[in-house]
Design a protein around this ligand. Sequence first.
Ligand code: 5GP
Ligand code: ZN
Length: 114
Amino acid sequence: MTNCLFCKIAAGQIPSKKAYEDANAYAFHDINPQAPTHILIIPKQHIGSINDVTDAHEGVLGHLFTVARGLAQDQGLADDGYRLVVNTGANAGQTVFHIHMHLIGGRGMGWPPG
Ligand code: 5GP
Ligand code: ZN
């Protein structure tokens, strides 16, 4: 999508601190980290939010979990634990409407989230 921040980041048109990349996924460090590790994992394909997901997206979105597992291991988070978050819509505080998975770790976290 032409005017999407995360499409531009995935295409390298806007700089980011890359954590992982393959043909279908891109991961980069959040500009405003909420924990010692805070990485955003996105599909290269533009999908606005979970509200826009269809059966056709299952492969590319399921793949994000494999990427998350690898990054969690790389970052040394696997043993102590981490959180994967997909904010959706206004009540959840979604600010960028290109679907993304937050990988957050490196500190203890409370539940329920704010
Ligand atoms: P959301 O609130 O939509 O779930 O998360 C959007 C995330 O994107 C926020 O954590 C925010 O800090 C991050 N973010 C917004 N703009 C940029 C950017 O230009 N670069 C990077 N690396 N992260 C961004
Ligand atoms: Zn996009």
